[in-house]
Unconditional design. Structure first.
Length: 162
């Protein structure tokens, strides 16, 4: 069984699998919260229509880097493999979610290209805001489905605090 972040504690005690998963789940929730904050910041910027096209391009570049890193972390640190090991019935759902990473990154590349073509016209603002709103909806649905997958595997609530 793959144990992400397996390491020795100062006195040589091996960290338990449950503790490792708790750390991983907390990190996943923290990453999701950070990404939601970035999405809110971009949405606010697009709504105000005061930023330059160069700023919008930079924001989408940063968002793409953050999400690419987030997806790599999810894929490489065992979130899905551990969930499937815990609950094999979730394998199809996990594969579907992993496949969505490519689709979401393609949406981001489209947004970045749209931003690079920016003219600052009213039509461009409407177009890029609509495309971003669509991406945000898809991304947030994806993140919720990931939370549901892990929650289903470990029967814990890892969603946002009320």
């Amino acid at each position: 069984m793959f144990l992400p972040f397996a390491f020795l504690l100062p006195y040589g005690d091996i960290m338990s699998h449950e503790k490792i998963m708790q750390i991983n789940l907390e990190e996943l929730v923290d990453q999701h919260a950070r990404l939601r904050e970035i999405l809110k910041e971009i949405q606010c910027t697009l709504t105000q229509r005061r930023a330059s096209c160069v700023t919008i391009v930079a924001m989408f570049s940063d968002l793409t880097d953050q999400i690419r890193s987030h997806f790599a972390h999810e894929e490489n640190e065992g979130y899905f493999s551990e969930a499937v090991a815990q609950a094999p019935r979730l394998a199809t759902q996990a594969d579907h979610l992993l496949g969505q990473h490519v689709d979401l990154l393609n949406h981001l590349n489209h947004l970045h290209q749209l931003a690079q073509q920016g003219t600052g016209s009213s039509q461009w603002w409407v177009q890029i805001t609509f495309a971003f709103d669509n991406f945000t909806r898809l991304f947030l649905e994806h993140e919720q489905q990931e939370n549901d997958l892990v929650q289903g595997a470990y029967n814990e609530d890892i969603g946002e605090s009320d």
